[in-house]
Design a protein around this ligand. Structure first.
Ligand code: SF4
Length: 694
């Protein structure tokens, strides 16, 4: 592209980061690449600091532009043929010695729908391994599993964002959108302007909690107890909707029996939320004509994450706040394509269209789209954390696309040791991330503005990311890499490298599935500002609101689930008397592979820290800004103390963007979603340097 002195027409695209997928314009000007505002229905022109500065990634000086191969302990530049031949030869050797499942694939929730689909297909038809999963398992898996159980369908928000302002009451459980996706706050601000009430449940008084009418500052890990208590009050005070329960749900009686034991003073003892606030929240939700409950990673990333979400869904259903406008339960999805990434086959138990890999009919449908015999499709594989734990054991090779495991997986100390034990680690990335630096082969790939593809945002709206610039010489797309590897390995079904061709395949493969994209075309997406799935035919308008007539279960009724509160896997004790929770900060995204290269974002938050209540810090003689040690049963790190009255006295908060947080976190898994317990473990805090006695 000629940069000359003339500006080139801006390209309408979307932000490279979170699941709001804000619309933006991207232009090349004489000064370089710049982002400008775009009036897209979700963000209405708004962007956060991450979005405004995202164009800096396009000219980052340390961009990978050549494949790297490890030799004699160091990475050296290689040609593409050399790199792909080496990978194919190693895969063949490993699979012939240890079986097909010895090669695993690890995908990401930021990959486009086309890449997520292709990765699943590549694993099943070229590698023929069962072992493929993705980092979304660390993110939205509990909400997804709960949604499937309760509603029969998992779509993060079963309604459009435009429904939020019309809800008379909204409860946000364990999410801090004011910092993670700031443009969404305009919907909550509009809701408040219309007289609506906002309740926030969070162990920290976050920026979101500060604008709420009511902040329930619960003890980390006690979410289900709180939800049971809210429903207890709603039943006692006759706030529930018996007609809705009768007509549209099943299983209420069993739930009623469980929550009968959750009287508010018991809830206060378990959760730390004062009884009067429990009653007030139940009444705000129950007396509102319309209400929405939204969950984030707080309740979801726990060893009882599915239970936590189901307990809140019970509340929504009992209040009759589902299946109509301005009502319902939704999950505030985190990663850019966290929604689409879990629909088209990069999960261990799944085939495209949200089909199940252990369902004979589903297997046969996908096998016929791929032109293979159903019996050649592998069965369910290991979930993400199990796959990582098998490294060096049954799993000898791992191919990583769109994920920086060394920073983002729990119990990261042991993870690094396991990565070292692999015979082959391949990482495809834009930059030499912490995980790529450990790889045997590193493959430099195109980034968001250099290739086209679709993303599905947190509303289930399928969007098109347009290419704005050509990729640097030496770089290839993920699809090109998978196609090149499939050619070398031999494949029973063609692996295309062209995104438009792959999307046509996604349409065919998803047709008739839960997440049905058959009627969605790239032209429609551009003309209609995105299309909501399910959209089974080109004439279908797409489904903005789900569940108006029936839920997605076989009988059309939503399911209650009795939830016995069980608490976190680790409880405070004499050695580890505090609780540790993790989360995000405003100016960083995931493991900082991208945002860590944007100077203004780094300047705004250069280092990690520990948030600690000043009273707790005083007792432990930890000064504000001083280095302090945080220890858990898995390891310890030294970080700078940040005193804050926003956090509970029994809790520490560490952002997960930097190395360190996940040295501490607990890999205890939810038995259903297999999500690790990132959000709560017991911990100890100590001063590193004692201040002089006064
Ligand atoms: Fe929008 Fe999220 Fe990008 Fe911020 S990071 S601009 S909220 S998509």
């Amino acid at each position: 592209m000629d940069t000359g002195t003339q500006a080139v027409a801006p390209v309408a695209t979307h932000c490279p980061y979170c699941a709001l997928q804000c619309g933006m314009m991207l232009s090349e000007t004489p000064e370089g690449w710049t982002v400008s505002s775009r009036d897209f229905p979700t963000n209405k022109g708004g962007l956060c600091r991450k979005g405004w500065t995202s164009a800096e990634l396009l000219s980052a000086p340390d961009r990978l532009t050549t494949p790297l191969i490890r030799e004699g302990g160091a990475l050296r530049p290689a040609t593409w043929d050399e790199a792909l031949d080496r990978i194919a030869a190693d895969i063949r050797r490993i699979q012939s010695a240890h079986g097909r499942d010895a090669v695993g694939v690890f995908g990401g929730g930021g990959l486009t729908n086309e890449k997520a689909y292709l990765l699943g297909k590549f694993a099943r038809v070229a590698l023929r391994t069962a072992n493929i999963d993705y980092n979304g398992r660390f993110c939205m898996a509990s909400a997804a599993a709960a949604g499937l159980r309760a509603f029969g369908i998992d779509r993060g928000l079963p309604f459009p964002l435009e429904d939020l302002p019309g809800a008379e009451a909204i409860l946000i459980e364990g999410s801090n959108p004011a910092e993670t996706m700031p443009p969404i706050m305009q919907y909550f601000e509009e809701q408040r302007r219309r007289g609506g009430k906002l309740i926030v449940v969070d162990p920290r008084r976050t920026e979101t909690a500060k604008v709420a009418h009511l902040h329930l500052q619960l003890t980390p890990g006690t979410d289900a107890a709180l939800a049971n208590g809210l429903l207890h009050v709603a039943i006692q005070d006759r706030l529930i909707d018996r007609a809705f329960i009768e007509a549209r749900t099943s299983g209420f009686e069993a739930v009623r029996r469980v929550v009968a034991r959750w009287w508010p003073d018991r809830v206060e003892r378990v959760t730390g939320v004062p009884e009067r606030q429990v009653r007030e929240a139940a009444h705000l939700l129950g007396n509102a004509a319309t209400a929405i409950v939204l969950s984030g990673r707080g309740p979801e990333q726990q060893s009882h994450g599915v239970d936590n979400v189901l307990a809140f869904i019970n509340l929504v259903l009992a209040l009759g706040k589902a299946g109509r406008a301005h009502c319902g339960y939704g999950c505030l999805t985190g990663q850019g394509n966290g929604q689409g990434g879990r629909e088209h086959g990069q999960k261990a138990d799944q085939l495209p269209g949200y089909r199940k890999i252990d369902n004979a009919e589903h297997r046969s449908t996908i096998a016929s789209v791929w032109g293979i015999a159903p019996e050649t499709l592998p069965g369910p594989g290991l979930s993400a954390q199990e796959l990582l734990e098998a490294m060096g054991g049954a799993v000898k090779a791992l191919l990583v696309f769109g994920s920086n495991l060394v920073i983002s997986a729990p119990d990261a100390g042991r993870l690094a040791e396991r990565l070292e034990r692999l015979d082959l680690l391949v990482v495809a990335d834009i930059f030499l991330s912490e995980t790529a630096a450990m790889a045997d082969v590193v493959l430099p790939i195109a980034q968001w503005a250099e290739e086209e593809g679709t993303m599905t945002n947190l509303e289930g709206r399928v969007l098109l990311r347009r290419r704005a610039k050509t990729m640097p010489e030496g770089v290839r797309t993920d699809a090109d890499i998978l196609s090149g590897l499939a050619d070398r390995l031999g494949t029973a079904s063609p692996i295309s490298a062209d995104p438009a061709t792959i999307f046509e395949e996604v349409r065919r493969a998803s047709a008739g599935g839960v997440a049905d994209y058959a009627g969605i075309t790239w032209n429609r997406i551009a003309e209609e500002d995105g299309v909501f799935w399910p959209c089974p035919t080109p004439e279908h308008p797409g489904t903005r609101r789900m569940f108006a007539e029936r839920f997605g279960t076989e009988d059309g009724r939503a399911r209650f689930h009795p939830i016995e509160y069980r608490g976190a896997a680790e409880q405070p004790d004499g050695d580890f008397p505090l609780l540790l929770t993790t989360g995000r900060v405003l100016v960083q995204y995931q493991s900082r592979t991208q945002t860590g290269r944007v100077a203004s974002l780094v300047a705004a938050e250069p280092d990690s820290f520990v948030e600690i209540h000043p009273d707790t810090a005083r007792d432990l003689r930890i000064a504000d800004g001083a280095p302090m040690r945080v220890a858990t049963r898995r390891g310890e790190v030294v970080l700078k103390a940040r005193h804050s009255r926003s956090i509970r006295m029994d809790t520490l908060f560490v952002p997960f963007h930097w190395a360190g947080a996940n040295i501490l976190t607990n890999a205890a898994l939810d038995p259903i979603s297999r999500i690790p317990e990132f959000k709560v473990c017991s911990a100890r805090a100590e001063p590193v340097l004692l201040p002089p006695a006064t």
